[in-house]
Design a protein around this ligand. Sequence first.
Ligand code: FAD
Length: 353
Amino acid sequence: MIKTDLIIIGAGPTGLFTVFEAGLLKLKCHLIDALPQQGGQCSEIYPKKPIYDIPAFPEILAGELVDNLMEQIKPFEPGFTLGERAETLDKQEDGSYIVTTNKGTKHHAPVVVIAGGLGSFEPRKPPIENIVDFEDNGVAYIIKDPEIYRDKKVVIAGGGDSALDWAIFLADVASEVSLVHRRNEFRGALDSVEKAAELAKLGKIKLFTEAEVKKLFGDEKLEAVGIKHKDEAKGETYLEVDNFIPLFGLSPKLGPIGDWGLEIEKNAIKVNNAKDYQTNLPGVFAIGDVNTYEGKLKLILSGFHEAAVMCQYAYQIINPGKRYVMKYTTVGGVEGFDGSKKEAKKEVVQSIS
Ligand SMILES: Cc1cc2nc3c(=O)[nH]c(=O)nc-3n(C[C@H](O)[C@H](O)[C@H](O)COP(=O)(O)OP(=O)(O)OC[C@H]3O[C@@H](n4cnc5c(N)ncnc54)[C@H](O)[C@@H]3O)c2cc1C
């Protein structure tokens, strides 16, 4: 049994930053994530994409943001159970909770923080009969490292931002990029649509609209795709390719969390946003993309704010009757559980005292 102060379900940016805020209050955290690595959507879906709306970072790659968060929480020595999905939540007589994973690992704490983002997310797959045979053998639903596609012939399918952005990006990396979309109009940002059209004119992207990839060919590895056109007179286009990347988005599923007796609205957990981001279950909080309330913005910075507020209330559950006086980190420093203080912070403390 792993014992801690806060069990955090989800090691995305919100879950990771919670460790920092809890650490300032001397609360220990253990994170559970179904994915084999930390970072949530940032690591799994778009590690090489730049983010422009993290305060004080005019531009930062999603993967770098995760690396920085990991560095920031290091002094607080969080525990991790990775590659396991939180399956059950059992309330104990004293009001604490036991969270058990699909592999049977048990975690016990007075507070549970659900930072599960979109839940256990699954990519939407196109209905092509033999597609599973080529998964990891030419077919991928997420681009983790664009370098894999250097000098390769790539077909991307989809009409949203992901499909457009990656087609534009890979035009300079792959030897050949084709973009296949079943409509004439794209759903992405206007400048991405214009940029893709411009690259198509220059012959850097082969554009197939009103068309769908319907067949995949190859022995063990993908070798070609068959494209069906809406205009039957055009027949079928056969393209020799190394990779097929359907980018049709993710189907968000709350998964087992949906059966824990939490109030759910539109696939998200309702919380008390006027106070502490607590759910209808006492001692169970929900922060980041996984929660919903009026005016909710599903942005990384919202999760960071919610983590800071929520930890103040978690402190009161864990230390009933004890008063905590909030200090700025520039005054209080950042002290890890091993007692180590960051030198830069120490200097600030000395210079003002
Ligand atoms: C392509 C793209 C671009 C984006 N660009 C921006 C941007 O520019 N700026 C911005 O602010 N936001 C952006 N976002 C949104 C941003 O990524 C999310 O707001 C953010 O990731 C939410 O963080 P989170 O930690 O709440 O959830 P997530 O990042 O979704 O992490 C949740 C984690 O919980 C885990 N989990 C869920 N259920 C369980 C379970 N039962 N057991 C164990 N683990 C579980 C999941 O595996 C996941 O790792 C973008 C999103 C996408 C897809």
